[in-house]
Design a protein around this ligand. Structure first.
Ligand code: XIL
Length: 366
């Protein structure tokens, strides 16, 4: 009798705990915005504009609300880490596509376009590659095989690739990295040629950081970027687009005018441009939170409007969309809230600013 009673109390307790932990269904999350829009996705799609987010497996695998907001708000996604060199080829010649496949399949099944990130970068290299003492021929072989294997696997399922990421250093010279040291500057041209051979229809991008609107240093970077890409075009290298990363802070962000000027200069290269990897850190500001969020919204507003006002700029990316999974706290070691949804998927003022900018641009875009 007594045993039976205990069993019943246990069951009751379990029911209470699980019901109080359960998240409310995503439908209950209101998404108000001044533009009265349904979603960023619907606003962007109406004008052939890409609105995208980096995607983390943590959210995609375990968090239903993450999946739902992702599908509702965006037209395109980019794996945050799952397609980097160390993820795809953890051992020499032993590729592991499991995580990348998961993301690509999820997106393809739901009408989200996938942008591959990234084939050639100085970071996220596997230990075997960093430790080796390679000859030039070996490095050429490794890079060729990596690009060919990855790009051909996703032919028709990944619409664009960041072929080379961050090849310029802060002083705008070519960054000293394994591919430059071992192969020479031609590693960049070769990477694009091999990517094109592996998928003739994928859009091939060069992605760079800090190249926009921050005064003298950024102007130097834009010049270097312009010259690098102009040279590639002269040599007939198959490149379709330029991505401009935008990891910025409320206390130090480029202006609308500064970014627009950079975009206009780069647009002369006659390639498509996307603003990539946007997040706006709060760290460093001592304003009250409401003021910080308002400033953050203004910065997002300036960045997306600069892109919308330059016809060659046809896409805008967030480096994640919810503060719940942003990489920034891990990167700076401090709590932060750099994205457009808070940790509980509530839209922040920055979300409204983006929706408003998209709504207002509809009429003026070709
Ligand atoms: C970052 C990821 O967000 C982190 O999770 C990872 O630990 C390090 O890389 N520029 C890039 C991105 O091109 O790939 C980087 O992503 C952020 C800076």
């Amino acid at each position: 009798m007594r045993k039976k009673y205990l069993w019943f109390v246990g069951l009751l307790l379990m029911l209470l705990v699980t019901s109080s932990c359960a998240m409310p269904p995503v439908e209950s999350v209101a998404v108000p915005n001044q533009a009265g829009a349904l979603s960023l996705r619907s606003l962007a799609q109406a004008q052939g504009f890409g609105i995208g987010s980096a995607v983390t497996l943590k959210g995609l695998r375990k968090d239903e609300r993450y999946r739902q907001v992702l599908v509702r708000e965006f037209t395109q996604i980019m794996p945050e880490n799952a397609m980097k060199f160390n993820a795809l080829q953890p051992q020499r010649d032993r590729f592991n596509f499991a995580a990348a496949d998961e993301i690509v399949d999820f997106a393809n099944d739901r009408g989200l376009k996938v942008f591959g990130h990234t084939l050639v970068w100085q970071r996220a290299l596997p230990a075997w590659l960093k430790a080796g003492n390679w000859t030039r021929e070996e490095l050429l072989d490794i890079l060729h095989k990596h690009i060919t294997t990855a790009v051909s696997r996703y032919r028709g399922r990944v619409f664009a690739w960041d072929v080379v990421n961050e090849a310029l250093s802060t002083d705008s010279s070519l960054r000293d990295l394994i591919w430059l040291r071992g192969i020479g500057p031609e590693y960049i041209d070769l990477a694009f040629q091999w990517a094109r051979e592996a998928d003739p229809n994928a859009r091939l991008f060069y992605n760079e950081y800090d190249p926009s609107g921050w005064g003298a240093r950024a102007e130097q970077k834009v010049d270097a970027l312009y010259n690098l890409i102009a040279g590639m075009k002269e040599r007939g290298v198959p490149i379709d687009g330029i991505g401009l990363q935008m990891h910025v802070k409320v206390s130090d962000a480029p202006t609308y005018e500064g970014v627009k000027k950079s975009l206009e200069r780069l647009a002369q290269l006659d390639l498509e441009i996307q603003i990539t990897e946007t997040d706006v850190r709060l760290v460093g500001s001592s304003d009250p939170l409401a003021t910080q969020l308002a400033t953050q919204a203004q910065i997002y507003d300036g960045l997306i409007r600069a892109c919308l006002d330059v016809p060659r700029c046809n896409g805008f990316w967030f480096w994640g969309f919810t503060d719940r999974y942003s990489w920034i706290s891990g990167f700076t070691g401090k709590p932060d809230g750099p994205l457009i949804f808070d940790r509980f998927y509530q839209p922040k003022p920055a979300y409204d600013a983006i929706a408003q900018a998209l709504a207002e641009s509809e009429a003026s875009r070709p």
